[in-house]
Unconditional design. Structure first.
Length: 210
């Protein structure tokens, strides 16, 4: 019998985002033993060779070394991480460049080609997506999501649950409020309040959300 010495990981979510999480975990040496998703139509299917076992309520029945919520939506990621008592893992792709002074919160995922510079902090269950860059002394809050190609200059503060769309850029020292959305390709040159949508170059608030 062959016994694997890889750490065992389970994944919450089985959509497109889960594919990238699984690829990242596998590249980092994890064995993905199962996925859990509340879409019953996905049960019995596989994602990159990993089986979809059933709904999320079953996830705590499997003994593993770590787990990660592979859902891009920040609120769903927060709700599931609070609902499920699991040993949350921190996953980073081997090609990501992460300075040794960076602090990564539990459940955070850093994808291929990302760069995180000295003395930055990435919060719990946050996502630093493909080829995103985070310069020195940034703070990325819990459940925040930096989409592919996002660029943060130095000393940027991204609030809890905020989403920065593909290719968004933020100049030094700016603050992005909690649960705000910055549109794809936007250039943030002023602070963005919490709970809003901001788009454009330079970015402007176009919607106030609850």
């Amino acid at each position: 019998m062959i016994v694997s010495d890889k750490k065992r990981l389970l994944v919450i979510g089985a959509g497109g985002h889960a594919k990238v999480v699984i690829a990242t975990a596998q590249a980092a040496g994890w064995e993905v033993v199962g996925l859990f998703d509340d879409d019953s139509a996905l049960k019995g299917t596989t994602v990159l060779g990993a089986p979809v076992i059933g709904g999320t309520e079953l996830a705590t029945n499997l003994e593993v070394d770590g787990a990660v919520v592979a859902i891009g939506g920040s609120r769903a990621r927060m709700q599931l991480s609070e609902k499920l008592a699991l040993p949350w893992a921190t996953i980073s792709h081997p090609s990501a460049e992460i300075h040794h002074t960076v602090v990564l919160g539990e459940g955070a995922v850093v994808f291929a080609g990302a760069v995180i510079q000295p003395d930055s902090t990435i919060g719990r269950h946050a996502i630093v997506n493909t080829a995103a860059s985070v310069d020195h002394d940034c703070v990325v809050g819990d459940f925040a999501h930096l989409a592919p190609g996002t660029h943060l200059a130095g000393s940027v503060n991204v609030g809890e649950g905020a989403l920065l769309g593909i290719g968004a850029s933020v100049i030094p020292g700016m603050k992005i409020g909690k649960w705000s959305i910055v549109g794809a390709g936007a250039a943030v040159t002023n602070d963005v309040p919490g709970g809003v949508t901001a788009v454009g170059v330079p970015s402007k608030v176009t919607e106030w959300r609850s």
